[in-house]
Write a new protein. Sequence first.
Length: 196
Amino acid sequence: MNRPFSWPDERLVKAAQDGDVASLTTVVMESQPHVRKFARSLCASPQDAEDAAQEALIILYRKIGTLRASGALASWMFRIVRNECLRQVRGLVRRGEEPEDAPEAASEPSAEEAVLHRLEARRIAAAVGALPRDQRQVLIMRDVQGLPGRTVAHALGLSNAAMKSRLHRARAALRQSLSAPDQFPGARPTEGDPHP
């Protein structure tokens, strides 16, 4: 029976923060499957996801000491991966089109389609990031990491019913945010617009 991967426990993370190299290596290795899953869900292409995951793991290795709470590793890594995916989108938009002589160009989506796909991923990541912490946490654990409901409820100290209720609210808030007409990807607020 395949058990889902679990995040490193807080004691291990704390030891890594305190400079224990073996613990740090273990934290990076145990975080890798989750980081890759985040990247696949947020980035537009498998190559971008791999690049974002690698960069996020490097940041984890170098900057674990900046993590404020050892129990917040998953949400910290989600933010790092999201930021890496957004950075790639900005780079693509600045570069304009992909080179036409790239290998397999015929089977790849057009540069315009790739940009639109990435902007959509950016919009989804921003909407998830805007959820209240408790909703974001349950949504990431259940829908992004794919953890079983009972595991999520236990990890968050909730009953199954409370976890399901929180997940329902998170999904509803995400749907509402993504269906709002002013959430068009790439749209900038006009002067006087109350939205940031």
